[in-house]
Write a new protein. Sequence first.
Length: 401
Amino acid sequence: MKRLALLLVAVALLLPAAANAQLTMQMSNGWSFSFAGNVNAFWVFTKRNSSGPVATQKEAGSSVRTGLLPAFATFEAKGKEAGMNLGVHFGFAPQIQNAGAHDQFGAQIDMRQVYLTAGGSWGQLLAGRELGLYQRQNILNDATLFGAGPTGGGVGAGGTTLGRIGFGYIYPNFNAQLTYSTPASSPLALSIGLFDPSAIVGDTTTFDKTSTPRIEAELSYTLPLGGSAKASDKVLLWVSGAYQHADSGVDTGPSVNAEGGGAGVRVEVGGVALVGSGYLAKGFGTTLMFGLPKAFTLAVDATGTERTSLGYIAQASYTVPATAWSVGGSWGESRMLETDNDKAIAADPLLKANSAAIVFVTYQWSKSLKHVFEGTYAQSTAFSGAKTKSFQGATGLMLFF
């Protein structure tokens, strides 16, 4: 079995780059092996104007890079034993850019997915590293998942762009977890998991003593639209939540409780897709959940009080009938609220709001090849009055196989 699996991996890696279909191979012991993924590349140009109490700055940047969705190479093996559906999944997520260095020998490879599954009529258990549940649907239903979003241009960019992360939702990230999900055959789906807890970064204190796991959950309901001529016409509703406790000392000292909720709806009728989503959280910060870099968290103030954050997205798209063209646009923002301690700070530099308007056009060259055009206006403001405005254009190719 091990030799056969290694052989299949080698075969998958040696496939021609022009392959446009998922590779699935059946093993003699009843297990199957598949290889799939995508490669994408975007040219992104950004122009920014910053103003505030100190000075006014103007800058422009250009990059050729991976978009919000990284390139992916996924390997999966599935089998059935003892009445259970078993599987393992590995997802490699490399990027193409060199992070501003001409001679960087090997672009970043991000090991985003490593997990096993065991399931049956009772549902499924997932154990390993996979996308988190809290605000998962918020990002999966965001159109910039197939684009660049407000933060893509500039020399020295490493990793993926951020899309609307921090401009309408907080990034759930890929995390170690033990998660149970109800059977996929039901229109009502529940997933609840225990997650590897994270350090929560404050202005002066890092709360990194975590004796209990983080709890995340998601409940969704898919409703087909009755009488519709298309089976794809449907409504998707979801809510999600998360809770984590963390201390600054082993047994004594300040502690924080991070808790948040999110919700959304997606309606698909004919060629029209409408999406609305939002979140409200305390102790989660903004942009990247909990952790470093500190400039992206802002979760807890200097007195140990959790800051409240919130955000939303409104999005609409339309696929032109009998063509390969789709057009759309969205507006969204993420906001932070000052604590009592923050309000006492003169010219508080705390982020007040990130907001962005995005328009996008896509052309589906074939079943697998997509061409994306994207334009973005974004604005970031602080409670001090400092403000940054940016205009960005992006175009790129995405090939899924």
